[in-house]
Design a protein around this ligand. Structure first.
Ligand code: PEP
Length: 250
């Protein structure tokens, strides 16, 4: 049985006081649901605090990015080893903002994936097409290429540490959501693509999250789809009430 997961990507939001506040509210109001994993991904400066604060709670902490190198002259960067040293064992890689704003390529992302897995971290790997690619009906090709270049060098065993997030770029932070049918169609395509390369068992065990303007009022409909195993939540993860309502949508 694959995990159901709701992960909150805080992006570059929340200073320390705001982090304490939001985590406090999440801790107070969270009613753990069997079979549903909850993850929060604060900015680097608040990861240590978040990890310590959530130590005895069923909420995991993820980083939003990391560098592919072990250490050295990479000003401003953070390594996998640094993250694991403070207890962080999950990292989001390939978010569309990293791809678009910071020009992270599939080749670079493959190296980041390797660095994470070498450090026994779990990876939430984001894929998704831009609006012009969907309009040109290239969305399946785009996502297949992102999967192939970023992840298909891995062994079947390494897939135990991989979670996929399908995030159509046109639905991120725009208020525009893929319809549950569009999400299901792409999630099924992703699972089929993985099964063609690695076999049905690996494909069946990978959690595939949907991301893109998930809100309390649309989460249930999206999560009800067969191949949607949860969500990667941006804006709505910044309010404890909304985030927990999405967790409770399962
Ligand atoms: C995201 O950035 O991963 C995301 C899904 O954002 P939002 O929920 O705000 O669209």
């Amino acid at each position: 049985m694959r995990d159901k997961i709701v992960a909150g990507n805080w992006k570059m939001n929340n200073d320390l006081a705001q982090t304490e506040d939001l985590l406090g509210n999440i801790k107070n109001e969270l009613k753990p649901k069997e079979g549903v994993r909850v993850i929060v991904a604060p900015p680097f400066t608040n990861l240590y605090h978040a990890f310590e604060s959530l130590r005895d709670r069923p909420v995991d902490v993820a980083a939003q990015n990391m560098n592919e190198n072990k250490s050295g002259a990479f000003t401003g960067e953070v390594s996998a080893q640094m993250l694991t040293s403070i207890g962080v064992k999950t990292v989001i890689l390939g978010h569309s903002e990293r791809r678009a704003i910071y020009k992270e390529t599939d080749e670079l992302l493959a190296k980041k994936v390797d660095a994470a897995l070498e450090n026994e971290m779990e990876v939430i790997f984001c894929v998704g097409e831009e609006l012009h690619e969907r309009k040109a009906e290239k969305h399946f090709d785009v996502v297949r290429t992102q999967l192939e270049k970023g992840l298909f060098h891995l062994s079947a065993a390494q897939w135990e540490k991989v979670i996929i997030a399908y995030e159509p770029v046109w639905a991120i932070g725009t208020g525009e959501t893929a319809s549950p049918e569009q999400a299901q169609e792409m999630h099924a395509f992703i699972r089929k693509t993985i099964s063609e390369k690695y076999g049905q068992q690996v494909a069946d065990e990978v959690s595939i999250l949907y991301g893109g303007s998930v809100k309390p009022d649309n989460a249930q409909e999206i999560f009800a789809k067969e191949d949607v195993d949860g969500g990667l939540i941006g804006g709505a993860s910044l309010k404890a009430g909304d985030f927990l309502a999405i967790v409770n949508a399962f």
